[in-house]
Design a protein around this ligand. Structure first.
Ligand code: ASP
Length: 445
């Protein structure tokens, strides 16, 4: 499971804001120069330089759409080209980007697909970053492959390892690879994170550094708790629980390739390289920190079904879930009692293709097939996940959680102690979400 002890190699992935301008790239250069083990670098395309800016990837998608309508690329393309050439010239790089820019423009004008167009942000910027760092440029199209089903082809790992076997620096652009058809294919948005994780796996890296613009994953949403602290260490599973409830840090698929080899991920801040950031690891010693994070989301409906003796009615639970399945609704949780069963559904799931709510149909079908004694629908619910490995075993954790909520006068409407033993989920009214998160944070932070 753990990476070979001999490995000290670090993979450094830099996100869009870290590589958005020449000034940002100087910070990247300083970070790479500060540690000779940072030898394989995975950059994103230039992201937003400021709040009003547009990501290069978005502009490239736009170019592809303009071309598809038979219109000239005009100012949109000129803006993209200028972005790259001015970054390169501000950095004083002796790099002639004209041939590659011309080729990309021509191919987009000739009707290249959206994946090709979008991927060029990384493909072109990778050359700039490689020139800046004195690294060898490795086109991701030559080492990252997708199979017939569009999933990562396992031959990718050997290809990366073989191509980057020297002792120098390498730059592999993120976000894309080659499909089985030979065409360029991208991961989903934010996919440079995935490339970085795949490269870390392929190279048996000691660590996967993910450089971004925050000093790690925060314990909770800073819009709710302004002083929310960064998490020093969190396990892959805990992170998954938090992400599922809305905390977004890494691309969802970026965890699997590194987890497979037990390679830690370190989320770091390009603007504050002195901060240790968050380490995402296979196992952690909970110590005093039973709870690592708290995440909450609005937009759930709870359907509560009550029927005397339902616990002894064989097939009851299946029939309840059947109703949802037949209506094409996936559910989030199903807390049960002796004579009650609740189904928690995301409101998004209740909207049909025709935009109408499926809720009446759910109620009607449950009434008809299960003949419950009582059926209650509670809309406007928020779910809060309090996450921490083994917290269900830690004596008193639940008591502390519920006491904190009671003191804050939050009415807990639903409790689900996840079978993963990584979290306790509570349902509260949407209006009480922020208050509830603050109360839990203050208890455990
Ligand atoms: N540039 C791509 C995007 O904007 C991929 C990435 O930045 O990770 O989605």
């Amino acid at each position: 499971m753990s990476p070979s002890p001999a490995s000290s190699l670090k993979i450094a992935k830099f996100g869009g804001t870290s590589v958005a301008t020449a000034a940002q790239l100087r910070k990247v250069q300083a970070i790479i120069d500060a540690d000779p083990q940072r030898r394989v670098i995975v950059p994103s395309a230039p992201g937003k330089a400021d709040a009003k800016d547009t990501k290069v990837t978005d502009l490239l998608y736009l170019c592809q759409q303009i071309a598809a309508q038979g219109q000239p690329l005009g100012a949109v393309w000129d803006g993209i080209a200028k972005r790259f050439t001015s970054i390169a010239s501000e950095l004083g790089l002796k790099l002639d980007l004209r041939p590659v820019l011309d080729e990309v423009r021509t191919r987009i004008e000739q009707g290249a697909n959206a994946d090709y167009a979008a991927s060029r942000g990384e493909a072109i910027h990778g050359r700039v970053v490689a020139a800046l760092l004195g690294a060898e440029y490795v086109d991701a199209a030559d080492v990252v492959f997708f199979d017939r089903a569009g999933r990562l082809d396992a031959k990718t790992f050997a290809a990366i390892k073989a191509r980057c076997s020297g002792s120098g620096r390498y730059v592999i652009p993120g976000f894309y690879g080659t499909a089985i058809t030979g065409e360029i294919k991208t991961f989903s948005r934010g996919g440079s994170d995935v490339t970085g994780a795949i490269v870390a796996n392929a190279m048996d890296a000691a660590i996967y550094e993910n450089w971004t613009d925050v000093s790690g994953v925060l314990m909770t949403d800073p819009r709710v708790v302004a002083e929310a602290k960064p998490i020093a260490e969190i396990t892959y599973r805990e992170l998954r629980e938090l992400s599922y409830m809305g905390a977004s840090v890494l691309h969802e698929e970026a965890v699997f390739p590194v987890r497979e080899k037990g390679i830690p991920i370190n989320i770091r801040n390009t603007n504050r390289p002195e901060d240790p950031g968050t380490r995402i690891v296979a196992e952690r010693d909970p110590g005093h920190q039973v709870v690592v994070g708290i995440a909450g989301t609005k937009g759930f409906t709870v359907i509560n079904i009550e029927k005397a003796m339902m616990n002894s009615e064989i097939g009851f639970g299946r029939r309840v879930l059947d109703v949802f399945e037949h209506l094409g609704i996936s559910f989030e949780h199903t807390p049960t009692g002796i004579d009650t069963m609740s189904v928690v559904v995301s409101d998004k799931q209740l909207i049909g293709a025709d935009k109408a709510s499926k809720l009446d149909q759910v109620v009607e079908d449950i009434q008809a097939t299960l003949k419950p004694d009582d059926l209650k629908v509670t809309p406007g619910m928020a779910l809060i996940a309090t996450v921490g490995q083994g917290m269900n075993h830690a004596v008193g954790t639940a008591a502390r959680l519920f006491t904190a909520l009671a003191k804050a006068r939050v009415n807990v409407r639903m409790i689900d102690q996840g079978s993963s033993e990584q979290n306790i989920i509570v349902g509260v009214e949407e209006a009480e979400l922020a208050q509830a998160i603050r109360a839990i944070y203050n208890e455990f932070a």
